[in-house]
Write a protein that binds this ligand. Structure first.
Ligand code: ZN
Length: 220
């Protein structure tokens, strides 16, 4: 039987920190990349090795590893410096990307949800049949539960505030445009890690996005 000495505890803590370190460093690297490309970023709570959120709610948190650490994230500068205020020294952390209509290049998130039998895939197929397919190079992130995040840049002159900014715009499809954030690869939750399906890393938001689709469901 192993004695629970302070030394043993210290060793266990050090081992846990060591095994979490590569994942955490990958998240920090992604934050540097995203901020360098001009995205607004958010420092999120992470999950511990047992999948429990690092926030005060712990096991009772219903958004484990998915919510901001700071209270004022919707109005803070969204920079790497701001991210580091919340992330430095943390053994488990995640990265969020912030959507804001006031950003130099406003972005739209189309979230296709298929977990727990949600009909996002069917709704998305219907949407593409009606509006045309999204560009093949639309930035696509896969969520750990099998969902799809399409990150789109609107055509010049389209105000994101004219679009819906809510869940279930169609069954299983969320559209978020303003004062929202979503978890960005390679962040992880208890289910697994987020990852990019078609690009190993983020791309610049200025430039190559100009042809991205304006195909979003109209406001109700
Ligand atoms: Zn939490």
């Amino acid at each position: 039987m192993t004695a629970l000495t302070p030394e043993a505890l210290r060793t266990t803590a050090a081992t846990q920190q060591e095994s979490a370190a590569p994942a955490t460093e990958a998240v920090r690297e992604a934050a540097r990349t995203a901020a360098g490309l001009g995205y607004l970023i958010v420092g999120l709570h992470g999950v511990q090795e047992d999948g429990i959120c690092t926030c005060q709610k712990g096991a009772s948190c219903v958004a484990a590893g998915k919510h901001p650490r700071g209270r004022n994230w919707q109005n803070d500068p969204g920079t790497l410096t701001q991210f580091r205020l919340h992330a430095d020294g943390q053994a488990a952390l995640n990265l969020g990307l912030r959507l804001d209509a006031r950003a130099p290049v406003p972005l739209v998130l189309l979230d296709v949800d298929t977990k727990h039998g949600k009909p996002g895939a069917g709704s998305f197929a219907q949407l593409e049949a009606e509006c045309g397919a999204l560009p093949e190079d639309a930035l696509l992130q896969m969520t750990p539960s099998g969902g799809r995040h399409y990150l789109l840049r609107l055509r010049e002159g389209v105000d994101p505030r004219a679009l819906p900014n809510r869940a279930d715009v169609l069954p299983g499809i969320d559209v978020f445009t303003h004062q929202r954030q979503f978890v960005l690869a390679p962040s992880r939750t208890a289910v697994g890690a987020y990852n990019f399906a078609n690009r190993p890393i983020l791309r610049p938001i200025l430039g190559s996005y100009s042809d991205s689709s304006t195909c979003c469901p109209p406001p109700p």
